[in-house]
Design a protein around this ligand. Structure first.
Ligand SMILES: Nc1nc2c(ncn2[C@@H]2O[C@H](COP(=O)(O)OP(=O)(O)OP(=O)(O)O)[C@@H](O)[C@H]2O)c(=O)[nH]1
Length: 469
């Protein structure tokens, strides 16, 4: 796109020069009723296009910079000369250098350079120099936008037949293909550094960039097109001025409302996608991939929150159950890691089934699980939960015709007034778990804060030896 934006104006300039050289009127002025492009203007388009093209290629060929800056400066000097002639009455000449004998310099619209053309060249020159020295890039974009607006004004003037838009006073107006070329060069200037300034917003890959790239052309072209249709209809006698204005206004309102709705729909869809992605990310960050239970980080956060809450305002007793499978290594060794994984998943389901919705079951890693049992009606409920787990978990795991004895040991820590951190409470539960393991496995033990060494392991009820699968 940025190459087309530089090549087309250069080509237009080249064709206009060919028109002057071989006296081909259509190349000079497009339409016999319109003004021609001055030959120096045509040369300026070629140089401007070449200088911007050189900027696009200068990363690969830095030498091109040496060529582009004199081009930009040359265009600027010609423009300054022409403007000083217009404003200060300085010696004429800058736009008379090429094909002087062929220029129509009589009264009326001559073939000289228009003031708005000279102003645009001056701006183009500044933009080219700023781009090549790599400074004032935002200013360069602002100047390019001003130049684009002047060119657009001229094109609108031609479209609507308003000469004041493309001409300044009694001076020759800017030719329509000159205005078009400037518009394209302004676009090329803006796309020369799409990574900085306002262009960084327009060209970004996200929804903001997509919105800008869709809405900006619509905002420019829709009213111009509808205004032209309105005028054409009025000139053809289809309706009066008032009705024309009303139709124009309603059509604009409708088009704008539709555009805004369409854009809002896109943003809404993008928002939903983002929310979905955020939820997935949050889930991945807080849950164990194998079992889908909460992971250690999430469990500890929730436990910390619960302890803090309890310290501020005691609500209800709560406990941590720390569990470790018995004989899990055997399952892995005899049946393979994949079978071990399936067992871990089934244990996770059992823990979820045994606990309440308000409890939080987690896998800390390996074959270690925890449950934060909240809102206990009485402290003894933690023991009831442990017994339920012991009773539900089968005492053997079977797969592929093999069975391996398994079990679970549980350490229970009830929250006590002095416990102020999640680490401490988990450590207490771990101490109780150690007691349960030492007491023969397949049982639970409750942490005794006064004398943890004497924490008594207690056997829960157990199911008969039956395979899970
Ligand atoms: N399949 C599987 N195995 C795991 C995973 N993470 C850890 N392990 C294995 O789990 C086993 C845990 O070891 P232990 O807790 O000593 O096994 P155990 O036989 O239950 O020992 P006790 O707790 O003393 O009864 C190790 O063999 C680890 O390699 C996992 O994600 N999947």
């Amino acid at each position: 796109m940025k190459y087309a934006l530089t090549l087309i104006p250069a080509l237009i300039g080249f064709l206009a020069l060919a028109g002057w050289n071989w006296d081909i009127e259509i190349l000079k002025r497009i339409d016999p009723k319109l003004v021609a492009m001055n030959p120096v203007t045509a040369l300026g388009m070629i140089l401007g296009g070449a200088a911007l093209m050189a900027h696009h290629w200068s990363i690969r060929l830095p030498l091109l910079r040496k060529f582009a800056i004199p081009c930009g400066a040359g265009i600027g000097l010609v423009a300054l000369w022409k403007l000083s002639e217009i404003l200060l009455g300085a010696a004429p000449g800058a736009d008379l250098w090429l094909f002087t004998d062929k220029l129509d310099l009589g009264p009326g619209p001559s073939n000289r350079m228009a003031p708005n053309t000279a102003a645009n060249f001056l701006m183009l020159s500044v933009v080219i120099i700023l781009l090549h020295i790599g400074r004032g890039l935002v200013l360069a974009q602002v100047i390019a936008v001003v130049s684009a607006l002047i060119s657009l004004l001229a094109i609108v003037g031609y479209t609507y037949g308003i000469s004041r838009f493309y001409g300044v006073g009694l001076f020759i107006p800017m030719a329509v293909h000159t205005a078009t070329s400037f518009l394209l060069l302004a676009g090329a200037s803006l796309y020369a550094r799409p990574d900085v300034g306002p262009m960084a917003v327009v060209t970004n890959d996200g929804p903001a960039g997509r919105m800008a790239r869709t809405l900006l052309p619509c905002a420019i072209l829709l009213p111009i097109g509808m205004g032209w249709l309105r005028l054409a209809g009025q000139r053809a006698g289809l309706y009066e001025n008032e009705l024309g204005v009303a139709i124009f206004v309603i059509a604009n309102v409708l088009a704008l409302a539709l555009l805004i709705w369409w854009n809002a729909r896109q943003l809404f869809a993008a928002d939903l996608q983002r929310l979905d992605a955020e939820n997935q990310l949050r889930h991945v960050a807080t849950h164990d991939r194998l079992t889908g239970l909460a992971n250690r980080g999430f469990f500890m956060d929730r436990l910390t929150h619960r302890i803090n809450l309890e310290q501020r305002r005691p609500v209800a007793p709560f406990a941590v159950l720390y569990m470790d499978l018995d004989g899990f290594k055997q399952v892995n060794d005899k049946m393979g890691h994949a079978a071990g994984d399936v067992l871990l998943q089934e244990v996770a389901q059992i823990l979820k089934k045994c606990s309440r919705m308000t409890d939080l079951a987690a896998r800390l890693g390996g074959d270690e699980f925890t449950i934060l049992a909240e809102e206990l009606a009485r402290p003894d409920d933690a023991r009831v939960l442990a017994e339920r787990i012991l009773a539900t978990l089968p005492r053997a795991y079977a797969a592929d015709g093999q069975a391996t004895p398994i079990g679970i040991s549980i350490g229970i820590a009830l929250h006590e007034a002095g416990v102020t951190s999640a680490d401490e409470m988990l450590r207490n539960a771990d101490t109780a778990l150690y007691q349960a393991k030492r007491g023969g496995k397949g049982c639970f033990a409750i942490y005794n804060p006064s004398d943890s060494q004497q924490t008594e392991p207690r056997r829960g009820t157990s199911t008969p030896l039956a395979p899970m699968a």
